[in-house]
Write a protein that binds this ligand. Structure first.
Ligand code: IVH
Length: 686
């Protein structure tokens, strides 16, 4: 074949294969047999192999994945990827709709309804119709470049169809793991005695975030497209409903259920219909997205924080099902708490097969009168771990049934467990209990603590089980035991070196993170901050007596006791010394709170997701300036700081005329700049 012949043959193969792919994965109407598809794929692969310049960015051979990358590159979203406020009843839906109409000063506006797919939002960019980039939502402003992974999803077009596609266009939608495939996956894992995955959403997320896209290619991910992020050089539709039609014409998979309605009543009928069809869907949904249809109106409505005024989500109530509770088992948390959980006869709740559910503690189990052998109500809401609500109304209890009592010995190490009179809390206090140590190590390395990349649940478990690490300080000597590390499964030189480097880096983490990482019972990151400010380093904390501890605001006798128990325990004293010897001895040098900061004495409520702080960090920041951070909004609240997904607290603040700050305004306040009381705050725009 001549060069130009090969080029045109390659182009022909690409078109045929992409078309066949579309017929199969988008239309579910196969037009080529598997054998034909494979033969043509191989022919194209061979051509591309002989002449690599023939490999185009829309070649179907890219669907098998690309060489693994080291990390995902950040992608800045030119138009932020927003989140959604919620409504849960016709009443709140109506209120949302009326607010939008009032804002626009109009009497009615069409609504487009779409299923709210329970997956992950992604943005896919096409230039001249060719897929050139895909990114995760991330924090809405910045996501991760997952182009190679997205190309492996067969229903995502590598090239858009039609001559009306704008020159540059970013399309958005939801990637999901089909429920049937998820159930199969878990059946296989169960058969192989591997731990099962929690839900399809996590599996979709895990699959998309594989650095090796050939791994993603093995997962049956799918995607529904639902909007246009932005477009240049071309026309885009002026309504959401028409956008869906255009997406479909361009070859993107859209969800067929979508519809346009003109009233809230009509919308409610449609929403009721969703509750009926929900069990028949092969993907998880967690509600219905309601969008003002007209894009011009959407633009006028804009957003409050991260939530658009032009869209909201109608969320369904938690789903319930009845099944048999086969057995109550326990596991051991990192602070030694013995946690009971229910082993259930598998049951589908909200589209997911549930075979385990949490039970709080012995007291709660008995208060709800839940016993092994009972038929119980299991509940699942969105992402939350399934819970056992209580016995079913027609429960037939076995004659020999007994109230639940936790086993007297730790399920992991066999040592007797201790019951705390005050706290309904039962724990194993054996500091060498392997279950606790595995969890502790995982916690120590976790993001909120020492943030050691690469040291997650699995590795923590293996390091502990192989006795490579039997004390937290041991990880700081792993660099001297490279051979042992390399002997571990799936541990190549590069991974081992990265791990050791990450561990070394963690030596410079702050004192609050270290204190939090130690896993002292009752010490969350907030109290860790307080202790850090108060004691300035870890050896000082060891010296703190009960009196000094209880004098600190936020530390009561129970917490003081738990800290004392820890600091008096001989192995912990040795641990602190050893950490110090190994160079892990951070000092807190935060200056004392400025006496005359303008926020001193004010009361803040922090809600929603902030970009640059956790809520705890934000609360600590105001506290360190002498202000209060409280949990609920009242007339006495001076400011509500509202991040993304702010819900009822924001509504309440608006109702009570409490000034609302966005993150930037909040930062200004921390810098000592109080806002101009006459300026229009976001609260006034609601
Ligand atoms: S529209 C307007 N449409 O829901 C901003 N989102 O809670 C929201 N989602 O991050 C995007 N199905 O991951 C939209 N049909 C749909 C959706 C949908 C699922 C997700 C999306 C978004 C989240 C917001």
């Amino acid at each position: 074949m001549t060069i130009s012949n090969t080029a045109s043959r390659a182009a022909e193969l690409r078109d045929t294969l992409n078309r066949a792919n579309y017929d199969y994965y988008v239309l579910s109407q196969p037009t080529l047999s598997d054998a034909e598809f494979d033969t043509l794929s191989r022919e194209l692969q061979d051509l591309e192999h002989q002449q690599p310049e023939l490999k185009t960015p829309d070649s179907p051979t890219l669907r098998v994945g690309a060489p693994p990358s080291q990390q995902f590159e950040p992608v800045q979203h030119p138009v932020p990827m927003l989140s959604l406020s919620n409504v849960t009843s016709e009443e709140t839906f109506n209120a949302w709709y009326q607010r939008a109409l009032d804002y626009l000063e109009i009497d009615s506006a069409d609504l487009t309804l779409e299923l709210k797919i329970d997956g992950l939002a992604v943005a896919v960019t096409y230039v001249d119709g060719i897929l050139i980039q895909a990114a995760t939502r991330g924090d809405g402003t910045q996501g991760e470049n997952i182009t190679d992974n997205i190309r492996t999803i067969n229903s995502v077009p590598l090239a858009l169809d039609g001559d009306d596609v704008p020159g540059t266009i970013e399309l958005r939608g939801e990637v999901f793991y089909p429920i049937s495939a998820f159930d199969r996956l878990n059946e296989e894992r169960e058969a192989a005695s591997l731990p099962v995955y929690v839900n399809p959403r996590n599996s979709a997320s895990g699959s998309l975030r594989q650095l090796d896209s050939t791994e993603t290619a093995k997962r049956p991910l799918d995607m529904f497209f639902y909007s246009i992020g932005y477009a240049e050089n071309g026309q885009i539709p002026n309504s959401q409903y028409e956008t869906l039609q255009s997406l479909k014409q361009w070859g993107c998979k859209t969800n067929d259920w979508s519809r346009r309605v003109t009233t809230v009543e009509e919308a409610m009928t449609a929403i009721q219909n969703v509750a009926e069809i929900r069990p028949t869907l092969d993907f998880g949904i967690d509600g219905v997205v309601i969008k003002i249809d007209d894009i011009t109106l959407q633009d006028r409505l804009g957003a409050v924080g991260r939530d658009p005024r032009w869209a909201t989500a109608y969320k369904f109530p938690a789903e319930q099902a009845v099944t048999k509770l086969l057995e109550i088992r326990t596991n051991v948390g990192r602070t030694g708490a013995i946690n009971p959980y229910a082993v259930l006869e598998p049951v589908v709740v909200g589209g997911v097969t549930v075979s385990q559910a949490t039970l709080h503690n012995e007291e709660d189990i008995n208060r709800k009168d839940i016993r092994a052998g009972d038929h119980v109500i299991v509940q699942r809401a969105g992402d939350v771990i399934p819970q056992v609500v209580g016995p079913a109304s027609d429960n037939q209890r076995p004659d020999d049934s007994q109230p639940y009592r936790i086993e007297p010995n730790c399920p992991a190490c066999g040592e007797p467990v201790i019951r705390d009179e005050d706290q309904a809390d039962i724990r194993c206090i054996n500091s060498t209990c392997p279950a606790q140590f595995e969890r502790l190590l995982e916690h120590f390395a976790s993001r909120g603590a020492m943030d050691i990349e690469g040291l997650g649940e699995k590795l923590a478990k293996e390091l502990a089980r192989q006795n490579l690490v039997s004390n937290i300080a041991d990880i700081y000597t792993l660099n001297e035991r490279m051979d042992d590390l390399l002997a571990m499964e799936r541990m190549g030189e590069k991974r081992a070196q990265n791990l050791v480097d990450a561990i070394e880096q963690s030596k410079s983490q702050s004192l609050p993170r270290l204190i939090f990482g130690l896993g002292i019972s009752g010490i969350g990151s907030e109290i860790a901050e307080t202790l850090s400010r108060e004691f300035r380093n870890l050896p000082n904390l060891l010296e703190a007596d009960a009196e000094k501890l209880t004098a600190i605001e936020g530390i009561g006798p129970i917490l003081a006791n738990s800290i004392r128990e820890w600091t008096l325990h001989e192995p912990n004293i040795a641990l602190v010394q050893r950490l110090k010897d190994l160079g892990v001895d951070p000092q807190d040098d935060t200056p004392e709170a400025a006496a005359d900061h303008p926020v001193k004495g004010l009361t803040f409520v922090i809600t929603g997701k902030l970009d640059t702080f956790s809520r705890t960090e934000a609360a600590n920041a105001v506290k360190s300036l002498g202000a209060k951070a409280v949990g609920s909004v009242s007339k006495n609240t001076d400011y509500l700081v509202a991040g993304a997904d702010a819900g009822s607290k924001l509504e309440r603040a608006v109702r009570l005329n409490v000034p609302v700050l966005n993150e930037d305004q909040f930062k200004d306040i921390l810098d000592g700049k109080l806002p101009d009381p006459d300026a229009e705050t976001p609260a006034m725009l609601v």
